[in-house]
Design a protein around this ligand. Structure first.
Ligand SMILES: *Cc1c(COP(=O)(O)O)cnc(C)c1O
Length: 217
């Protein structure tokens, strides 16, 4: 599918859900994709991208930014505390704040440099051992902890288990966000973004549906 196809599907889902046009940010997930494909999407005018590794983003986005103005880059994958400073230089938003140690590191660097990316806190809605994120039962506390650190918490993020109905996880994330007065919901990927939009997603993270399958070989 092309960027235009996906944009049309996003707006159709927004309208079907009775939500306002433009209320969902499409993050084009460019991890592992060939530079030429990413440049095509940049040439089409898209500016919001997601990467899941700091190192990979550092290797390609500074050069893209020299050619294309106004790139808005989102970190959607795990962040180690010792890479926070580098992440601040690259990303406008971090979607993977998933533990107190990382929140503290972010607060410390933010104080030092005088700015902080927008933050989403990752919730492990499926309580999967191999997945990052705060368990749902700990989310309220973690949100309060981050707020006490004066962090700019915009919302919550989740990645549902592959073998479960994603809408149940989207609904759970939306419920936790609502009771904590958080407006942002980062949820929905290539296979389920329409369902996420129906459940209130404000940010969807779509990779392969825009760029094609990732080639890890
Ligand atoms: C890779 C990735 C995506 C995009 O996945 P697609 O299925 O290609 O749309 C979304 N979110 C996260 C956290 C990812 O790592």
């Amino acid at each position: 599918m092309s960027l235009a196809d996906i944009t049309a599907r996003v707006e159709a889902a927004v309208s079907a859900a009775g939500r306002s046009p433009g209320c969902v940010t499409l993050i084009a997930v460019s991890k592992v994709q060939p530079d030429a494909r990413v440049q095509e999407v940049l040439h089409e005018g898209h500016r919001v991208f997601g990467e899941n590794r700091v190192q990979e983003a550092a290797g390609k986005w500074p050069a893209f930014r020299e050619t294309f103005q106004g790139v808005d880059l989102h970190l959607i994958g795990p962040l180690q505390s010792n890479k926070v400073r580098q992440a601040f230089d690259l990303f406008q938003t971090i979607h993977s704040v998933d533990r107190p140690k990382l929140a503290n590191a972010i607060a410390r660097i933010a104080d030092e440099v005088g700015h902080c990316p927008d933050l989403f806190l990752q919730v492990n809605t499926g309580e999967e051992d191999q997945k990052a994120g705060i368990p749902p039962a700990g989310a309220d506390n973690f949100i309060a902890e981050c707020r006490a650190l004066n962090l700019p918490v915009k919302g919550l993020m989740c990645i549902p288990p592959v073998d479960e109905e994603p809408s149940l996880h989207f609904a759970l994330l939306a419920k936790i966000a609502a009771r904590n007065d958080l407006a942002g919901l980062s949820m929905g990927m290539s296979s389920d973004f329409e369902s996420a939009i129906a459940q209130g997603a404000t940010h969807i993270r779509v990779g392969s549906a825009i760029f094609g399958d990732r080639d890890y070989s």
